[in-house]
Design a protein around this ligand. Structure first.
Ligand code: PLP
Length: 479
């Protein structure tokens, strides 16, 4: 019997697929006896065990009858034995939500998506890899797996983790919150989706800083918000440009504006809080990396000034731990808490219990603090290396926005257009250097060549080597 193996995966699975295809094509009809296992193994040049495994699988799925070893026979065709029809690769969107999803999100073109095949990549959002964290985390996970109740976790989040988050926020971010104010979520992305669901109806106005974190923009767009972006100057969001009729939601990154790095001044913070209070609007404070400040003490979060309960404070473990953890938290004003917990329950019943328990213990027992101190030191060294390297090669050609915080720098190529910036990125790529344009972080990108350089994922030696290539590209462009 002729059987064509497709070369994908284990041999027994390939043989199972080939035999099913023979049944579908009618080459093995109802009642036909499958070849003896020894004979088929010989014909195909595979082991008899491989054939036995394939026959057992066909048997388990109801394709053949009889006992393996004393002859297997093709069973009468069932409804499910029909070959799978070729279905359309893409249907028209079935809902408004799906239509907006297609309109606003294109995974292949997501800003900051990794440039493949380069030796050095200034990709934003990479974690600091740290063997000490890996082994500590493995221990915590093992402990949590052994001791955590396997029932559904509380939708709002494990009390122990909410308590640890409150301690951390009081100590490091100046935020006074009680465990009942906190909802544990699967990162900022879910926090924004829950906020949109709880606060916004399609057509409601949401304000974003310009530039801003594009993933938040897309979530709001997909939820049907009417977006308005407002420029950021040296003091943060231009509050005088906020819509006079009021916005339902204003999303800000006051501790370290993303991506420009500006810190929102105290007068602007007070102005924004007053605006929200006057218009009955809400502020989403995305405090994604306010922790890592290098030349001064971290600034207290905007939430610490909020006397009227208008701020929804969002923190994430993506930066301080690693993004694949997918854990973050929201400090919710008391009057919205029930709606947030409801929305979280609808989404997924609650974030994974074992990871939450592991993190709670890691935080309570001091491992997290030690990790933060180590990471801060590593990041500071990397930032100093990048900043020093860029300043040395600049010769007046670069404008570097040094923000004294975070995990990235914004660099502008002076007097070069956006198009020239794209050519610069393409040239760098041909030299094995991954650079990323800042343009996707704007609703209306300026016609200037700007780069967002994430330095988290490169060692100091790698940064030095990468800057050499960067300098070579600069020299070429200015020749
Ligand atoms: C501005 C900003 N907010 C939040 C996040 C983190 O998002 P998440 O917690 O969903 O990983 C990032 C990550 O890159 C970010 O740049």
């Amino acid at each position: 019997m002729h059987l064509q193996l497709d070369g994908r995966g284990p041999l027994h699975a390939q043989l199972t697929r080939a035999l099913k295809a023979a049944v579908f094509a009618g080459r093995l009809h109802q009642g036909a006896r499958l070849p003896a296992t020894r004979q088929l193994a010989h014909e195909l040049g595979v082991s008899r065990n491989t054939v036995l495994a394939a026959y057992e699988q066909l048997h388990a799925e109801g394709f053949v009858d009889g006992r393996v070893g004393s002859g297997s026979y093709v069973t009468p065709p069932l409804q499910t034995l029909r070959p799978v029809r070729a279905l359309p690769a893409m249907l028209a969107p079935q809902s408004e939500f799906a239509r907006r999803g297609r309109q606003y999100h294109d995974h292949a073109r997501m800003p900051g998506r990794r440039i493949d095949g380069v030796r050095y990549s200034f990709q934003y959002g990479m974690p600091v890899t740290n063997p000490a964290l890996t082994s500590a985390w493995a221990r915590e996970l093992a402990h949590a797996a052994a001791y955590t109740a396997p029932s559904y976790p509380m939708s709002q989040g494990l009390p122990a983790l909410r308590e640890a988050v409150c301690d951390y926020l009081a100590r490091r971010r100046g935020v006074q919150a009680r465990p009942e104010d906190v909802v544990i979520v699967d990162g900022t992305q879910q926090a924004v989706a829950l906020t949109a669901r709880v606060l916004l109806d399609p057509g409601d106005t949401a304000v974003l800083e310009e530039p801003h974190y594009a993933a938040i923009r897309e979530v709001l767009q997909i939820h049907g918000a009417r977006l308005q972006s407002i420029a950021v100057d040296g003091q943060g969001l231009r509050c005088d440009a906020l819509p006079s009729e009021g916005a339902k939601l204003v999303c800000v990154t006051p501790s370290h504006q993303f991506p420009s790095g500006v810190v929102m001044s105290l007068p602007r913070r007070l102005e924004l809080l007053d605006y929200a209070q006057r218009h009955g609007g809400w502020i989403l404070e995305d405090d994604y990396d306010g922790e890592f400040r290098y030349d001064a003490q971290p600034l207290a979060a905007l939430r610490s000034l909020d006397e009227h309960g208008r701020v929804i404070y969002v923190g994430t473990f993506s930066k301080v731990m690693f993004p694949s953890l997918r854990l973050g938290y929201v400090v919710v004003p008391a009057g919205l808490r029930g709606d947030f917990v409801n929305a979280k329950w609808q989404d997924d019943f609650g974030s994974p219990g074992i990871e939450q328990a592991a993190l709670a213990r890691f935080m309570a027992e001091g491992g997290f603090e030690r990790h933060l101190r180590r990471t801060w030191k590593t990041l500071k060294e990397r930032r100093t290396a990048l900043l020093g390297g860029l300043l040395r090669c600049s010769a007046g050609r670069l404008q570097i926005n040094d923000s004294h915080a975070g995990m990235h720098l914004v660099v502008w190529l002076r007097e070069r257009s956006r198009e020239e910036g794209e050519a610069f990125i393409a040239r760098a790529r041909s030299l094995g250097l991954g650079l990323y344009s800042i343009a996707p972080y704007y609703l209306a990108p300026p016609d200037r060549a700007g780069l967002l350089l994430g330095y988290c994922g490169l060692s100091v030696a790698e940064i030095d080597a990468a800057v050499e290539r960067f300098a070579a590209c600069l020299d070429e462009m200015w020749r």
